[in-house]
Design a protein around this ligand. Sequence first.
Ligand code: FUB
Length: 514
Amino acid sequence: MTRLPVFAALLAMLPCAACAQTVVSKGNPILADGRFYTTDPAPLVDGDTLYVLTGRDIAEPEVNDFIMPEWQLLSTRDPASRKWQHIPGFIRPENVFAWAEPARAYAGQIVKGADGRFYFYAPVLEKDSDAKDRFAIGVAVADRPTGPWKDAHPAGPIISQKLPVANNIQNIDPTVLLDDDGRAYIYWGTFGQLRGMELERDMITPTGPETRIEGLTGFFEAPWILKRKGVYYMLYAGNKAGPDSDCTPAVYYACQAWGTAASPLGPWTYRGVALRPVSSTTSHAGAVEFKGKWYMAYHTADAMGGGHFRRSVAIDEMQWDDSVSPAAIRPVVPTRAPQSAPKPTRNIAGSASAVSSNVVPVQYWIAALNDAKVRANPLPPEMWGTWTGNNPKQPWVEYRWKEPVTIDGSRVYFFADQPAGSGIGVAPPAAWHLEYWDGGWKPVAGAGSYGTAAGVFQSVSFPKVTTRCLRAVFDASGTGGTFAGVGVQEWEVLAPRPRVPAAPGVAASGCGKN
Ligand code: FUB
């Protein structure tokens, strides 16, 4: 061991209350200036303080990966005051668990035990394991939420692909309930696999059996267990996707869904959606009662420079509907810190509603067309696309405005994972053009040549037209009746002069028949 890890390990043994920095937040996300991204919130109430354990994303903006070296701690005595204590660098996996690798400090939870001590359930990578997936769940213990923390089970994890029984899932996202009768239950899992198991009263030792939890429709990951008025509630990231889904239109995104059970290991019943999809593709939440009010903490991509892998914790009140049985979680209304006024722009696409010729496959999201975001390394829902494996020859997208608009330009940003001319994958279109509605669809005259290369904006300008509906029509690339998909990250429509953007469009009726 070199000196540095010894020093870091010694630091981990010190209580970290002294490392706290005071932050006065402007609203959600709590830490919004992009210096510290906070993820995977796990709230905990102890006495007069609300703690929120969080992870930390440090991925560069174009990196699509969870680069998460450590956990952080936020705490407040009054969320309405917006005054928080922030302990960055709170715990690192390798400083507490000798058997763990640095990094991948995924979603954990701190729970107060019946003995008054605090138990930290942490998914970490096991250093020396030949398991196919080395994620495993360790438990650390402390006398205070701020630590110092020590491994409560130094022999290694309590759950892995080998323990307490063999499983082939990714063992992450633990959540633990200490029931009123002193029995404790742990739930964990991701990629649609949810497990539950009783723990001994020591909060550490699995008693088994490891149970598959079924009945929670669309379960993807991030379970959060809570009990209220004798009913067990499970919040979770659900990704049941589709145009008519109550959860999410695009499969990469998730809602916070919830279900209930009359006993801790089920059977469970799906009940509904507690939080609509947020701006990050992952949705991870925890809910607690604090000083007579319920709060849901969740993460979003809303901080400065934020993204799907640069997430930040927000907190809002969560209300119950006690007029029904079991009591229902009312959908949480997300709030944001006041935002500065939008800058004037010629792009009026944001005030239109978008439709397309295709039934949009669930990996894409048509809302990406006019979200004013272009990314170097987009995920599929950051674009509209047609790829299904059997791709249309001439798809189109259409903007509809509530009132006629006068326009004289447009810009399209194509996505491609195949070269021009390809008939497979997603390729730049062979050609495209604009049509506007004027009692019938008419090609926009005088637009000159339409560029097709992907990865840059392709601009056209043309003499003014006034219309309520505009289409971009694409000739898909390909030969012999086999066509590549078309992908568009952003489609802008330009008015002659900049103006303050109007509010996002409400779906207006179409102009033509289809
Ligand atoms: O932060 C890493 C992973 O992303 C968590 O474990 C999941 O719940 C999701 O939020």
